[in-house]
Design a binder for this molecule. Structure first.
Ligand SMILES: Cc1cc2nc3c(=O)[nH]c(=O)nc-3n(C[C@H](O)[C@H](O)[C@H](O)COP(=O)(O)OP(=O)(O)OC[C@H]3O[C@@H](n4cnc5c(N)ncnc54)[C@H](O)[C@@H]3O)c2cc1C
Length: 415
């Protein structure tokens, strides 16, 4: 059986493990975190990605976890709602909230179950070295003995470790987006009433525009918090949680609204995800026996990262099966199949953070006015329908009939 090492056990890595197993390959995952990471707010499953989850047999489970949020409400400096964009304003798959929106943690758990909880995952581990030989790849880990695999997949996000080892450094391959995002869980006394709230602060405390987004989890008072800010690359240690918390506390010091209560809760959580945003630019997504998938290959879209990861996993595994495991054919076909779809979806990526985290009070006011008017502007629907078209701009090939999933006989359906 052909063995495939996948770095990163998130949307891309777990989906690929699912499809590889159905095609008779043996995947092993290696994940930097101590468990599959459950954090984040919600992610959208748009266009063709919906067909992929249908073929995985998990559409109904995903629908059962649909968040049911009403859309975004934009707040002024006093915390009053001044604009809103509802999830029905621009129709299915074209609006600000897709028809299928699910908490990222729920999706990752469903994908893990679909892949089979018996799939091998080397947690708390990273690849430190990749040596390609004539017939396989020798891989070293930071906390496990070296092993050989037929193929290696980098599904380890925008700051991919596999890409850095095989393709080149982030300075050359990732266009910096100029801002940081962080996610953590918290509680609030506010009544969100099913709306995601967006509160902005102008530049201050040594950084540019700042933003807080509260994502409601039903009417439980629990929220998923996003704190973001614009700043040059400040350099940070991915594993230094206390330093990341301290930075966020400094950046948001003196802020009003709910911020002090959120920062207070941030100090006590272990579940913080902190990242610098970037757009990945790689000419070809493969080198020899190593290939990139998901954000590691095409990170940096506007709300399409999860959909592209799901579609990419289907295509990559399908092409490997169609080529009888010959990576030279399969990787080139995967690149060819995905390129146009990825290009179209990334055309819509925000080029800067100005709309998300405006620098000045006037900029925040203007953005809120625009959001208030946008649903009523002539031509706005046409503009938003571009998202729908791009999300549907790939047709899934009918790859060969698949082998049964080892521990899920109900997903033994031909595609
Ligand atoms: C904790 C978290 C929260 C997120 N929250 C949101 C959100 O709220 N909204 C949104 O739109 N997108 C969010 N994202 C990004 C979103 O999941 C992706 O854009 C999209 O789903 C594509 O997924 P991916 O699997 O390619 O990459 P990612 O989801 O980024 O997953 C990469 C995985 O690789 C692991 N990893 C990183 N480096 C290494 C390494 N060197 N070795 C081994 N493993 C490594 C990470 O821990 C992670 O599990 C979040 C990502 C994470 C990790």
């Amino acid at each position: 059986m052909r063995t495939v090492l996948i770095s990163g056990a998130s949307v891309a890595g777990l989906s690929l493990a699912y499809w590889l197993r159905r095609h008779g390959f043996q995947p092993t995952l290696v994940e930097r975190a101590g468990a599959v990471r459950s954090g984040g707010q919600a992610v959208d499953i748009r266009g063709t990605a919906r067909e992929v989850v249908t073929r995985m047999g998990i559409l109904d489970t995903i629908r059962a976890h649909h968040t049911g949020t009403h859309g975004f409400a934009f707040l002024n400096g006093r915390g009053e709602r001044v604009a809103a964009m509802g999830n029905t304003d621009f129709g299915d798959s074209g609006g600000i909230v897709a028809e299928i929106e699910i908490l990222r943690g729920d999706l990752v758990r469903i994908l893990h179950e679909a892949a089979g909880t018996d799939v091998e995952i080397l947690y708390d581990n990273v690849i430190t070295r990749i040596d390609e030989g004539a017939g396989n790849v020798r891989v070293s880990f930071d906390k496990a003995p070296p092993r050989s695999f037929d193929l290696v997949v980098g599904a380890d996000g925008v700051r991919s470790g596999v890409r850095a080892l095989t393709f080149g450094q982030d300075q050359e391959l990732v266009r910096d987006r100029g801002y940081y995002l962080s996610y953590f869980p918290a509680r609030t006394e506010l009544d969100l009433d099913g709306w995601e709230l967006m509160y902005n602060l102008p530049a201050g405390n040594g950084v540019g525009g700042r933003v807080a987004l509260l994502y409601p989890l039903g009417d439980t008072g629990q929220v998923r918090v996003l704190l973001g800010f614009v700043a040059p690359d400040l350099g940070y240690d991915r594993r230094d949680l206390p330093a990341q918390k301290q930075l966020l506390a400094e950046v948001f010091a003196g802020a009003g609204w709910e911020i002090p209560a959120l920062i207070d809760q941030l100090r006590h959580t272990d579940d913080l995800y902190f990242a610098r945003e970037g757009t990945v630019r790689v000419d070809h997504w493969y080198r020899g026996r190593t290939v990139l998938l998901g954000d590691a290959a095409f990170g940096g879209s506007l709300g399409m990262g999860t959909s592209m990861a799901l579609v990419g996993a289907y295509v990559l595994a399908g092409e490997l099966a169609a080529a009888g495991g010959d990576h030279r054919i399969a990787f080139a076909e995967y690149d060819k199949e995905m390129r146009d779809y990825v290009t179209r979806n990334r055309k819509r990526a925000a080029s800067s953070a100005s709309g998300f985290a405006p620098r000045t009070r006037r900029g925040i006011w203007m953005r809120n006015q625009l959001m208030r008017l946008l649903p009523h502007l002539p031509g706005a629907s046409k503009m938003m329908s571009g998202i729908h078209k791009a999300a549907n701009s790939i047709t899934l090939k009918p790859y060969p009939v698949l082998a049964p999933t080892p521990d899920r006989s109900e997903s033994d359906q031909p595609t």
